[in-house]
Design a protein around this ligand. Structure first.
Ligand code: AMP
Ligand code: GLY
Length: 424
């Protein structure tokens, strides 16, 4: 089987790394990929959002399965275009990808299906939004741009003044362009967050072991929000009972309602959940593997990922017995460029990756890396590497991951030092 993975982050390197281990797979391409996928697969010089050239490549090269990593090509309709040509693809249609592409769509669906989430209101004009805030009691609120905003469109506001500033930034100053033509203002939930990922084929839901992300830049969850500075799996905070409740009250009604609404969901349904004192509530949906959650999750997966994704893409997930896991926990530490999540420096040669890969149980997944004209691996993005390791205990996995991290360096490279401490 020949597979094309679309994307260029740490998630895509982990997907490539896992897919090439399948006895069913003869060749994996990655478009456009990074310096790590160049080793484990063959990179293509095609951008992840170049739907026309991706479809042309898949058709001309008889690719058996396309796996779409990031949200933008999903929201742009890459899977619809491939399916129109009768080609197998893992990922939701553009209509189903609205679960990530439009927070207004999602909140309305959650409300309609009576799925637990923060209470909310939607506005498209500044005066109405301001009137609403004037009528609110002083309290923390969360203000969100409706559309895709590269993870920057959510403002957790400590008070009404901050909420007013966020509304102006989104609706008036159009900080996120058309993604900010509507805002959601919602209740601020309190609790621990968990990333619930499930493989879905339209009907059957196969939850993966739970992961926890570390969204803030600095230790002890301080500093600005990022795409995720590290993750670990499994997450003991989600007990079997809580997981049952999440499946029953959140995943099943979501997949059912999507089908009833005529936008059947297949692909990865990623529910960002807040574990509140009133039970688990949906913060957001994503329609793809989490990054960096994919790295520790896929490292622990013993089942054949190519088979799982192909079965999901062809609506046959119910024929699979289930997914097998390595019982050992895995921890992923993200190493980032100087300045991230703001403007960052790039082009610095990275040393020590092969030494890090030799640490028992460790694997360095590349994210924002490329190869310069001297053949050196250099940093090319904000999040650069996802250093991931398994161990007999979460403490062992953390030790191995940081032992590997400490072998790697480049000018300005940094990471959090407390990834997975929440689990201990
Ligand atoms: P989202 O892009 O919707 O995942 O939001 C990014 C982050 O904002 C989440 O991971 C939470 O940490 C935070 N967040 C979003 N919605 C809420 C909420 N209603 N209450 C508290 N925190 C939230
Ligand atoms: N790690 C969060 C995300 O993938 O959206």
């Amino acid at each position: 089987m020949k597979i094309l993975v679309v994307g260029s982050g740490g998630r895509e390197h982990a997907l490539v790394w896992k897919l090439v281990q399948s006895p069913l797979v003869t060749k994996v391409y990655c478009a456009p990929g990074n310096a790590g996928t160049a080793i484990d697969a063959e990179n293509l010089n095609i951008a992840a959002d170049d739907v026309h050239r991706l479809v042309k490549f898949v058709r001309e090269n008889h690719i058996d399965l396309t796996v779409v990593g990031p949200e933008a090509p999903l929201v742009a309709g890459l899977t619809d275009e491939l399916r129109r040509h009768g080609l197998a693809v893992f990922g939701p249609s553009a209509a189903a990808a609205r679960l990530e592409g439009s927070k207004v769509f999602t909140k309305k669906l959650l409300k309609k299906a009576n799925i637990p989430t923060a209470a909310f209101s939607v506005f498209s004009r500044v005066p109405e939004a301001m009137q609403y805030l004037d009528d609110c009691e002083e309290q923390p609120l969360v203000v969100k741009a409706d559309g895709l905003a590269a993870g920057k469109g959510v403002f957790v506001c400590a008070n009404l003044a901050e909420a007013r500033t966020a509304v102006r930034a989104i609706l008036q100053e159009r900080a996120f362009g058309d993604a900010g033509s509507q805002v959601v203002i919602e209740e601020c939930l309190v609790g621990q967050e968990a990333s619930i990922l499930a493989i879905v084929d339209g009907d059957t839901i196969m939850p993966l072991d739970v992961a926890q992300d570390h969204k803030r830049a600095h230790d002890n969850d301080k500093g600005p929000n990022t795409g995720g500075m590290g993750a670990y799996c499994p997450a003991p905070v989600v007990t079997t009972e809580i997981m049952d409740e999440i499946v029953r009250r959140i995943l099943i009604p979501t997949v059912h309602t999507m089908k009833v609404e005529g936008c059947t969901f297949s692909g990865v349904l990623y529910a960002g959940i807040m574990l509140t004192s009133h039970g688990p509530k949906v913060l957001e949906f994503n329609v793809r593997f989490g990054d960096p959650e994919a790295q520790p999750v896929l490292m622990r997966m013993k089942s054949d990922l190519a088979q799982v994704l192909l079965m999901a893409a062809t609506g046959k997930l119910s024929e699979l017995e289930g997914i097998e896991w390595d019982p050992r926990p895995a921890v992923c530490v993200v190493m980032a460029s100087e300045g991230y999540p703001g403007d960052y420096t790039k082009g610095h040669p990275i040393s020590g990756i092969s030494e890090a890969d030799k640490v028992p149980g460790a694997k360095v997944f590349h994210a924002g890396t490329t190869i310069n004209k001297f053949g050196e691996v250099v940093n090319a993005g904000g999040r650069v590497l996802g250093v991931t390791a398994m161990g007999d205990t979460i403490a062992d996995a953390k030790r191995a991951a940081y032992e590997a991290v400490d072998k790697i360096s480049w000018q300005g490279g940094w990471c959090r030092r407390d990834i997975s401490d929440k689990a201990q």
